[in-house]
Design a binder for this molecule. Structure first.
Ligand SMILES: Nc1ncnc2c1ncn2[C@@H]1O[C@H](COP(=O)(O)OP(=O)(O)OP(=O)(O)O)[C@@H](O)[C@H]1O
Length: 456
């Protein structure tokens, strides 16, 4: 918390090791240094911003808590680069532009096989170009392509992708759209290069593993030269799929601080989480920090097999209502319709569930039943966590046509979701499925208790 208020600091920590807690404390500490100037605490998802706002019961006029995109939009606005809202291309519009660019170039170069590849391939590749800020062809050609293996493309064919990128920018600009959510960071970075003013003396990034290299570069650049930049992250919880590393972002550190005490999860859950990482689909990373010490005690996680989904839903609703009476409880789902359906079922039983999203105010520590996607639950914690629908079909069915990544990468992404969800729990962890259990579930059955729903 009180490391020097100057230079770059990187903290990597395991789940529940106090990264968010210390990020908040450091932000508050820095904001209260006399004449220190403004402090920005920035994170990836908006639900976590709300959570942070609620737990920072200390207010300071010098402290701003925002997600990255709000910060980027605000900065570009302040520089007169965004005069009205609709100059940013939404994800859906971006897809349409890329589709159109692909049509145009397929017509122009009918024999070029690169243009036979799917729209999703180009979406992925353009996002890579943007996340690294590789806006001229030479840089893109030279770049080591990390990230999704299926998107790999031979170097000699990269020029075709780059033509498409340029066509996309052209089409978008013809409509007066200057940015999309992936390349905004690049424009922020460039603007800062010609801006002599710095609004923030100190910037702290939480959940930094999900920021693109360009986002981090722009944040590093946003800090006053006498100020500090502090990065908190956990590569095991990188769930936004890009798999780009903070090490590509130009953070200048000689030492990486490591947080390896898990204050949140009971020992039983830590063992289970570790078993998740032993699955063959888990991607090893030298930056991953394992818990060496645990503090909390709690029961073993449970896995319950139901005969069918109706039984599974009935049991979850009943059990969540029961444990939600005395402790904070969340049900984590993959799909929006699963959340809506559970909200409805809870209501039928007289319980008003609360959906966690960017607008949910307050602290998820109340004795209530919450519903969340895997993504929105990131960074949060609850006494009890339910993870239903862990069948192969629901949780990990790979569709060759729909997915842009390879099968292995798809499973590697899914398994991280399971890891993030399981490590949200401070006490109880209830997992369930009907049909065939996902192959991503740990085989080591001594890390959890198994029940058949009919016997409960
Ligand atoms: N030094 C500490 N002593 C006791 N409890 C702590 C300490 N640091 C953090 N905690 C508690 O541990 C829990 C986890 O902390 P926090 O949410 O900050 O971890 P995190 O590293 O951000 O986790 P994750 O990456 O999994 O979201 C919180 O309940 C927090 O209050």
């Amino acid at each position: 918390m009180a490391l020097p208020a100057k230079g770059h600091i990187v903290v990597l920590g395991t789940a529940g090791s106090g990264k968010t807690t210390i990020a908040l404390l450091r932000a508050y500490h820095l904001a209260n240094i006399p004449d220190a100037g403004k402090v920005l605490l920035v994170t990836f998802n908006r639900a976590l911003v709300k959570y942070m706002e609620a737990i920072k019961n200390f207010q300071s006029k010098n402290l701003v808590v925002e997600n990255y995109h709000k910060y980027a939009r605000g900065y570009l606005k302040s520089r007169g680069k965004i005069l009205h809202g609709n100059i940013i291309v939404s994800s859906m519009e971006k897809e349409k532009y890329i589709e159109k660019a692909l049509q145009d170039l397929s017509l122009k170069y009918p024999l070029e096989s690169t243009y036979k590849r799917s729209k999703d391939f180009f979406l992925e590749e353009i996002s890579f170009i943007e996340k690294f800020g590789l806006v001229n062809f030479e840089e893109y050609k030279k770049a080591e392509r990390i990230g999704r293996a299926a998107s790999n493309i031979k170097r000699e064919n990269r020029k075709w992708v780059f033509y498409l990128f340029e066509r996309y920018i052209e089409l978008r600009e013809n409509d007066g759209k200057k940015y999309d959510w992936d390349d905004m960071a690049y424009y922020v970075f460039n603007e800062l290069k010609i801006d002599v003013n710095r609004r923030y003396s100190h910037i702290i990034v939480d959940e930094g593993q999900d920021f693109s290299p360009m986002m981090i570069k722009s944040l590093v650049e946003s800090v006053d030269k006498n100020g500090s930049f502090t990065f908190f992250g956990d590569v095991a919880q990188q769930i936004y799929g890009s798999r780009l590393s903070w090490r590509d972002s130009g953070i200048d550190v000689s030492k990486v601080w490591k947080f390896d005490i898990n204050y949140r999860n009971p020992e039983s859950i830590i063992k289970f989480a570790k078993a998740i990482t032993q699955n063959k689909y888990w991607k090893k990373d030298k930056d991953m920090i394992e818990a060496t010490t645990q503090i909390a005690k709690g029961p073993k996680p449970v896995l319950i097999e139901f005969l069918n989904e109706q039984e599974e839903i009935m049991w979850i609703v009943k059990q969540a209502i029961e444990v939600g009476k005395t402790a904070s409880t969340v049900i984590i789902c993959k799909k929006r319709y699963e959340i809506d359906m559970l909200l409805y079922k809870l209501k039928e039983k007289g319980c008003i569930g609360i959906e966690i999203d960017k607008n949910t105010p307050g602290f998820a520590d109340e004795k209530k039943v919450y519903l969340s996607t895997y993504y929105a639950a990131k960074g949060l914690e609850f006494d009890n966590v339910f993870i239903p629908f862990l069948s192969k079909k629901r949780f990990s069915s790979f569709d060759n046509i729909l997915q842009t990544e390879s099968e292995n990468e798809f499973y590697a992404d899914r398994i991280k979701l399971l890891y993030v969800a399981a490590t949200r729990s401070k006490y109880g962890l209830y997992m369930s499925y009907s049909g065939e259990l996902t192959q991503l579930f740990p085989k080591k059955s001594n890390t959890y208790d198994f029940y058949k729903g009919v016997d409960l």
